[in-house]
Write a protein of this length. Structure first.
Length: 346
């Protein structure tokens, strides 16, 4: 992911005109996955650091090593509590580096942290770690989830008690290297290698139902198909609408809302379906581009209002891999369409 020139940006004005402040300022945080557990908000973010790695389109500069869980009494608070280190890469046997965007789920009083990291072969896998507290510490399983790959796990609990994991990300997230179901290799290193051509259907995020113990996939992961308004799959060249990374699922008025980032065009978008597997119909944008290259989010209901948790790079004055998590209210119109949000009030 390239570093874009930020020389022209007036950060003082930006901070003043941002619709919401960073929720913590003493560390850099990103990719916020928010959940309500026991009446409180818990945010499972990435913990951004500057490890000195050079910028590239594979995201090598996102060299995160641990997770800190944040909590808030309500999403209307402007500050979150940092509950300290909950899991470190050095304690995960199978993982070498790059602890990217995590998520969490609760079942029968146990908390499960799902996280991607590169294994010792340079392949992104998704692991799980368990705790009796929403803030950890989390004890990792010795192996990554069998048949897991790529990044950005998001775990959705449906009303019937089933749990589904949505995941995947192209370019540095390696999803395109699994097009045939097996890993096609790390070479050529280009983030564009193995991607479909622009006129071909775009690569899809993946979804798999989890086993009862939440430690495995109960099925081979399936494509999360996003169609346009005419029922045709979005194309790879449709960069403003096609899936790139940062999956999330929520349910609103009986419909399934799959949301995601378009990556190199920097939008958060969503598509609506009738069941957790889709197909989904592209339905619009949620968030305009933020300062920084990446955009990532979660959507969470609290006391009958809905909230968008997201990040930008305003706290670091535009450094792509040093981000800060934020929250703002999210509203729907009477037809169930999400009202798009501009993160800055210019
Ligand atoms: O935080 C590292 C990566 O950047 C995430 O996995 C992506 O979703 C993007 O936010």
């Amino acid at each position: 992911m390239p570093e874009e020139s930020v020389d022209h940006i007036d950060f003082e004005a930006l901070l003043k005109n941002a619709i919401s402040p960073p929720l913590v300022k003493h560390i850099f945080t990103a990719d916020p996955s928010a959940h309500v557990f026991n009446g409180k908000i818990y945010i499972y973010p990435s913990h951004d650091i500057d490890a000195g790695d050079a910028f590239d389109d594979l995201g090598s500069h996102f060299a995160m090593e641990d997770y800190h869980i944040l909590s808030m009494d309500a999403p209307t608070d402007t500050i979150a509590i940092d509950n300290g280190v909950s899991l470190q890469v050095k304690d995960v046997k199978w993982a070498e580096k790059q602890m990217w965007a995590p998520d969490a789920a609760e079942k029968n009083g146990k908390y499960y942290l799902f996280f991607p990291a590169k294994d010792y072969n340079g392949i992104f896998r998704i692991g799980v770690a368990i705790s009796h507290s929403p803030t950890g510490p989390f004890i990792p399983e010795p192996e990554a989830i069998n048949q897991s790959f790529s990044i950005d796990p998001a775990v959705f609990k449906d009303e019937d008690g089933s749990y589904y994991m949505y995941f995947g990300g192209i370019w540095g997230g390696q999803l395109q290297r699994w097009r045939t179901g097996v890993f096609l290799g790390e070479q050529p290193e280009s983030p564009f290698a193995f991607l479909p051509l622009n006129h071909e259907p775009s690569l899809c995020a993946k979804v798999a139902k989890l086993t009862d113990d939440l430690l495995d996939f109960s099925e081979t992961a399936k494509d999360v198909l996003i169609n346009d308004e005419n029922g045709n799959p979005l194309l790879q060249g449709d960069n403003d609408r096609r899936f790139f990374e940062a999956s999330w699922m929520h349910k609103y008025q009986g419909k399934y809302y799959f949301s995601y980032s378009t990556g190199d065009t920097h939008f958060l978008c969503y598509a609506i379906g009738d069941n957790p597997y889709g197909p989904f119909t592209y339905s619009g944008r949620i968030l305009d581009p933020v300062i920084g290259w990446t955009s990532h989010h979660s959507i969470c209901e609290f006391e009958n209002k809905w909230y968008l948790f997201y990040h930008d790079s305003s706290l670091s004055k535009g450094v792509t891999h040093l981000r800060c998590v934020k929250v703002t209210e999210l509203k729907y119109d009477e037809d169930g369409k999400i009202i798009p949000i501009n993160p800055y009030t210019f």
